[in-house]
Design a binder for this molecule. Structure first.
Ligand code: PLP
Length: 392
């Protein structure tokens, strides 16, 4: 018996870009002490009061099937938050609660794509994007954001492939680059979407991790609310990765279709997790800033280390828990460098190539370990790069 073509070709080329990560995990399992700068997960766990509230809700009986679009209190809380932060009037009917941002990405594409339609996305990209588009029966087409332009995508490049496409997926603050799209970039994206009648799927799961400027949701731009689906999540903002809680915000009619999809796929999110999410959102912005603070601090640590040498280049990261480093001066690819760094110094990073060809010659560093160890790892990485560059 054979698996479907759709599922067996989910990972094009058979590689999921996680080979260095898997090697690091093997080394750890074999007892090697590896410094892990790989995955986007906080080094703290979900805060105790949130867990206590989850426990309270479960003990209080919220363990049965929960409302599929989301419990009213949570849809209301998300709608109020989005209205307040973006200025776009948003009602609970514009919100569907999802098991994390990943499931929202799938629902959004399924809602706007018919089999064989083109879904655009920007390279470098979060590793699951092409597979998510394929899972939704789209033909994924990547648009390069150039390293030489600080990974800000050009409207003209999007415009060149937009004819006949159905959707465009963007992500700011960006994983893997940490780049925050400028207003000019966002205006350009919006202009192309309006001109080609594209749905814009805006992945904003890092919207509370902004180190400079402010978060700009493209849904707030002129004529965009009717064609934008915003993906949100509490994984990064509230350190709730394992709770699988996120949302999608968009026009009421398309949200109602996605609710039908949820009825036939996820069947919603556990009620006790949704109640804890309401509690967590009610903690306000000070709590979110506290969760983001370690990354802000470590970004500065990394910038200070990088300023003391001139082999490793930093991509200006205005947000997110990552830093993209240009290691091309060593003469190695990102992948070769990441393997060598892992073997010689037991430091695990993600090769830029894991996130698309536009990030070749780069490394993604997740700023997700304790400050002192992070600083030491950055120093070792830089001196290793210097030794390679002087030998080449
Ligand atoms: N989008 C981006 C850009 C991400 O980096 C991630 C996770 O790392 C997700 C979506 C999915 O997050 P979750 O499903 O935990 O909300």
């Amino acid at each position: 018996m054979q698996a479907s073509n759709r599922i067996s070709t989910l990972l094009s080329g058979g590689s999921d870009g996680w080979e260095v990560f898997n090697k690091a995990r093997e080394m750890i399992a074999a007892g090697t002490d590896v410094t892990e700068l790989t995955i986007g997960e906080h080094d703290i766990r979900t805060a105790a009061p949130i867990l206590q509230d989850m426990h309270r809700a479960a003990m209080g009986g919220h363990t049965g099937y929960a409302s599929i679009p989301g419990i009213p209190a949570l849809r209301e809380a998300v709608a109020a938050r989005v209205t307040e932060r973006t200025g776009v009037p948003t009602r609970p009917e514009n919100v569907m609660i999802t098991p994390g941002g990943q499931s929202a990405l799938f629902a959004a594409h399924t809602a706007v794509i018919d089999p064989g339609d083109t879904g655009l996305y920007i390279d470098p990209y979060y590793a699951t994007y092409p597979g998510t588009l394929r899972a939704a029966s789209a033909v994924p087409v990547a648009i390069e954001a150039r390293a030489s332009e600080a990974f800000q995508p050009r409207a003209a490049d999007i415009d060149a492939v937009a004819k006949g496409a159905k959707s465009l997926l963007v992500n700011s603050p960006n994983n893997p680059t940490g780049v925050v799209y400028t207003r000019e970039t966002m205006e350009g994206i919006a202009q192309v979407c309006r001109a080609h009648d594209l749905w814009l799927i805006s992945d904003e799961v890092y919207d509370t991790q902004i180190w400079e400027s402010a978060h700009l949701s493209p849904r707030a731009l002129e004529g965009m609310a009717e064609r934008t689906l915003v993906v949100g999540s509490m994984s990064k903002s509230h350190a709730m990765t394992g709770s699988r809680i996120g949302w999608i915000v968009g026009p009421e009619e398309i949200v109602s279709h996605m609710i039908n999809l949820a009825t036939h796929t996820t069947y919603g999110v556990p009620g006790f997790i949704q109640e804890a999410a309401v509690f967590a959102l009610n903690q306000g912005t000070a709590f979110e800033e506290e969760i983001a603070e370690p990354f802000r601090r470590r970004r500065q640590i990394a910038l200070d280390v990088l300023a003391s040498q001139n082999v490793v280049g930093a991509v200006p990261n205005g947000g997110a828990m990552y830093m993209m480093l240009d290691i091309s001066a060593t003469g190695l690819s990102g992948e070769a460098f990441a393997y060598a760094l892992l073997e010689k110094h037991h430091i695990a990073t993600m090769p830029g190539e894991s996130f698309g060809s536009a990030a070749a010659g780069h490394l993604r560093v997740a700023m997700t370990i304790e400050d002192g160890a992070f600083e030491q790892a950055m120093k070792t990485l830089c001196s290793f790069a210097e030794s390679l560059a002087s030998a080449s």
